[in-house]
Design a protein around this ligand. Structure first.
Ligand SMILES: [Fe+2]
Ligand SMILES: [Fe+2]
Length: 180
């Protein structure tokens, strides 16, 4: 699958601009981490695809997400098993699969936090510009802010990639500042 094919699949399944944007953000985050970790081109491309396609069926099949895509959409593509398993593991409570491999752990770690940081960026005149870890952690403590985002998942994500939450936030803020 080329990136253009992945994007047209995404657009076929998702109409909402906000959800498309979320998928692009997670893809950018995954690409940046793949680079940081020195992954080769083929592996980095898998990381990018995992980010881009992880919520493919969320809009059309919210109750069956992500199992619908895993059972009925991805098998018709040439996506590698590492990508589909990462997508399976981003929603352990729905699939029964916990994040274990590196791509699985990083996808889990980037998903909720990207959504939360996007919400924080919308409250700031400069968006991601000059965003500090504290701008985000302060909002994490405000339970009413982006209340649908699980603080537990964000905390667990940072633990899974063995990174201080502040460091994870700061890295992504730099990435999003340049790429969104
Ligand atoms: Fe999801
Ligand atoms: Fe997501």
């Amino acid at each position: 699958m080329t990136i253009d094919e992945a994007r047209s699949l995404l657009h076929e399944w998702i109409e909402a601009e906000s959800l498309r944007h979320h998928c692009e953000m997670v893809s950018v985050a995954m690409t940046a981490y793949a680079e940081k970790l020195g992954k080769d081109e083929a592996e980095a491309f898998d990381w990018k695809l995992a980010g881009l396609l992880h919520d493919l069926d969320w809009e059309k099949e919210p109750d069956a997400h992500p199992n619908h895509a895993l059972d009925h959409v991805f098998p018709k593509t040439d996506l590698s098993e590492s990508v589909t398993e990462a997508i399976r593991a981003h929603a352990p409570e729905r699939t029964g699969k916990q994040p274990e491999t590196e791509i699985e752990r990083y996808l889990y770690a980037c998903d909720e936090l990207s959504g939360f940081m996007h919400a924080v960026s919308l409250m700031r005149p400069d968006g991601f510009g000059g965003m500090k870890a504290k701008s985000v952690t302060k909002k994490l403590k405000d339970k009413k802010f982006a209340a649908n985002v699980s603080r537990e998942d964000i905390k667990r994500g940072a633990e899974l990639i063995d990174t201080e939450l502040n460091e994870h936030i700061l890295f992504l803020a730099g990435v999003f500042e340049k790429n969104t």
